[in-house]
Design a protein around this ligand. Structure first.
Ligand SMILES: [Zn+2]
Length: 319
């Protein structure tokens, strides 16, 4: 009789934790040069709480009504500021994840909606750099000499410097882009194809005297569309080439299409569709961002708009 009651209690308590709880079924890591992205696949949207602790530095994520049903041991954390990930199931049905950090870093945690490759996700972006000071609330961010950036581009013909070509491999990380036919059991992904093309183009441009290539993305990680152009502007790039490999329902389709900047917005049905698809990449790949930089979005947008006329004329010439 005593054994019977004990068994019943065990079943009931087990049921209490898992009924309606979200399961974390898989964890991925995307190391980028300046940040690390950890992605947790969850079976349903989750709510969570963050606690940042010092001595030693840790980031604690308490996820409500959740269970961990995968192992954290398989992750290669070597290129990240994370030394170890620990997990514990708390009595209040919360799953506690503890990221042991090598040093204090800024973080950004957010949820991502399902896309063609993944379901609901919880994303943890960590800067790879040591956080020196906590940003003060209401701090004024000074614009970084906006005039200089534009003038350098306009003065291009007079200057003796190399022509800088920004090569942007579309998509990356959580955003696979278009999916192609299967190769050794896995569908060919646009993000890999375009990175290959971008690196090849980088080699070709490097060979040309007077030209200098700049990759906006050099590995398999996602950066927002705005950050890609910001990176190019920061380096005073003269030309921005974004590379994509579209999929089409008819496998006989061949050829390439070139799209250039237009002040009237997308001027054709196809153009509108393409712009929408590519702009949606930020929703798919997850903008995230881990620094104050993102608060400068308005400034960056203004800069881009101010120099759009110049970009447009040059773009048409190159195309
Ligand atoms: Zn694309």
């Amino acid at each position: 009789m005593r054994l019977g009651s004990w068994l019943l209690l065990l079943v009931l308590s087990g049921f209490g934790v898992s009924a309606g709880a979200a399961k974390i079924e898989n964890i991925r890591i995307w190391p980028a040069p300046d940040h690390t992205r950890l992605v947790f696949d969850v079976t349903q949207p989750v709510t969570y709480e963050l606690i940042s602790l010092s001595n030693p530095d840790r980031l604690v994520i308490d996820i409500d009504r959740s269970l961990l049903s995968t192992s954290v041991a398989k992750l290669d954390l070597s290129k990240s500021p994370v030394r170890a990930i620990r997990s514990s199931q708390r009595s209040d049905n919360k799953l506690r994840l503890v990221l042991d950090l090598a040093y204090k870093v800024s973080h950004n945690v957010f949820a991502l909606a399902p896309n063609s490759s993944y379901g609901h996700r919880l994303v943890v972006d960590l800067s790879n750099y040591r956080q020196t000071k906590t940003p003060t609330k209401g701090a004024v961010i000074k614009p970084a000499q906006p005039q200089t950036t534009i003038l350098n581009s306009l003065d291009l013909l007079d200057s003796q410097r190399d022509i800088i070509i920004a090569i942007d491999a579309g998509h990356g990380g959580e955003d696979p882009g278009a999916l192609g036919p299967k190769f050794s059991g896995r569908k060919l992904r646009e993000k890999h194809v375009v990175l290959g093309i971008a690196k090849e183009l980088q080699t070709l441009i490097k060979r040309e005297p007077g030209f200098e290539p700049l990759l906006t993305r050099s590995g398999d990680y996602y950066i927002s569309l705005r950050r890609r152009t910001k990176k190019a502007r920061k380096a005073n790039a003269d030309l921005f080439i974004s590379i994509h490999a579209d999929a089409f329902k008819n496998s006989k389709a061949k050829g390439a299409s070139v799209w250039i900047l237009s002040s009237r917005g997308a001027s054709s049905e196809m153009g509108r569709w393409l712009a929408q698809t590519e702009n949606d990449a930020d929703l798919i790949g997850g903008i995230g961002g881990v620094s104050l930089e993102d608060k400068e979005e308005d400034l960056a947008k203004t800069l881009l708009d101010m120099s759009m006329n110049y970009s447009q004329t040059t773009g048409q010439g190159v195309a």
